[in-house]
Design a protein around this ligand. Structure first.
Ligand code: CO
Length: 135
């Protein structure tokens, strides 16, 4: 498995417009993308953090993963995403090493990335996303 770098940090918010003001107006980061990821029940605003993106995540409906996360742990850092060169290879390797993945296969996430999440129980408490850029 080859990790290329940090792709983004995912942050759970309850209001994209309100929370986005800090990242945009105070820190001066540009919003580069907005997308609904139906698979995750989430709307995301992505900011250019220069060497890694900041992904604000707002739930689209009750009981979505982000909605449940905010209910349990409050707003704040939800996950860290590492970019890999080959996600299928990474998944095969992690399964072989008995690392707990969320779901069996990758799916298409924001910006067309192929993504999968590693369960926090395997990482010391961090929800970790792996992502391979689309060709
Ligand atoms: Co993410």
């Amino acid at each position: 498995m080859k990790i290329i770098g940090i792709e983004h940090i995912g942050i759970a918010v309850d209001d994209l417009t309100k929370e986005g003001k800090f990242w945009n107006l105070i820190l001066g980061l540009n919003r580069i993308h907005t997308e609904e990821v139906l698979e995750q029940g989430v709307i995301t605003d992505i900011y250019d953090g220069r060497n890694a993106k900041i992904e604000l995540l707002q739930s689209m409906y009750p009981n979505s993963p982000i909605s449940n996360f905010i209910e349990k742990r409050g707003k704040g850092i939800h996950h860290i995403c590492l970019k890999v060169d080959n996600i299928q290879q990474a998944i095969d390797e992690l399964k072989e090493k008995k690392i707990k993945l969320i779901g069996e296969d990758y799916y298409i996430g924001a910006e067309g990335f192929k993504v999968i999440f590693i369960h926090p129980s395997s990482t010391g408490g961090v929800l970790l996303e792996l992502a391979e850029e689309k060709d």
